[in-house]
Design a protein around this ligand. Sequence first.
Ligand code: SAH
Length: 244
Amino acid sequence: MPILPPHRDAMGTAIREHYKKGSTKPLRVLSNMFDTDILPVATLFRTFDEMSPLEQKAIELSWGKTLDVGAGAGCHTLELQKRGFAVTAIDISSLAVETMQSQGITDATAEDFFEMTPETQYDTILMLMNGTGIVATLSNLPTLFDRLDVLLSNEGQLLIDSSDLRYVFEDEEGNFDPTEFDHYYGEVDYQMAYGKIRSEKFNWLYADFETLKQCANSKGYNAEIICEGNNYDYLARITRKTKS
Ligand code: SAH
């Protein structure tokens, strides 16, 4: 994905207006698959205490040189920076990046994770708030690991969260048939809207852990669940398989 032009950057505009003017205008999440949802912009500025236990765990497990991918308003980066970590934030929203810089984040750049040319390798890569989302589709999932080949240090870890969307589609008895879908059921389409600004439509991938793990294994990586939330959501750690 290219860097977003500001006039199509609904989320970045919402982030900037919230930070600069305390705006509470709703950021709407539109989808062909679900009812319109509201993303409260203030939650993008959450403090450590306001983060979910899963995210707090990710912060606590971070070590070394860290890359926060799709950092948004920069809440995780800010917390790690406070803790003395060398942390780099990237986002395709230059308005979000500008807001991170205004908050005192020293290393934030407008970059696309899939295009960036790394100047260094990272010991921890964070992808949080459904981190598999930016992969967009299941067929793209292998490219996540191609990126790790380049960006992750030998002993490094990717900490990524997602959820198994089956909970959305299950009937009352908990029955669910993934074959009823003509695509992987975790592939969702979204469009963000803020006032008159509408983003392009984009795909967003929710990956169940088994699917993520199988792909990781086939690309030379281990995947383990670190902790699970209440809605089939989980935090996973992905590391390189040691060469035998
Ligand atoms: N991690 C933040 C924000 C999550 S929203 C938090 O937990 O609060 C997802 C963010 O990913 C958005 O800010 C979006 O602009 C960014 N993004 C989407 N695709 C990206 C890509 N290819 N490279 C970098 N950032 C991306």
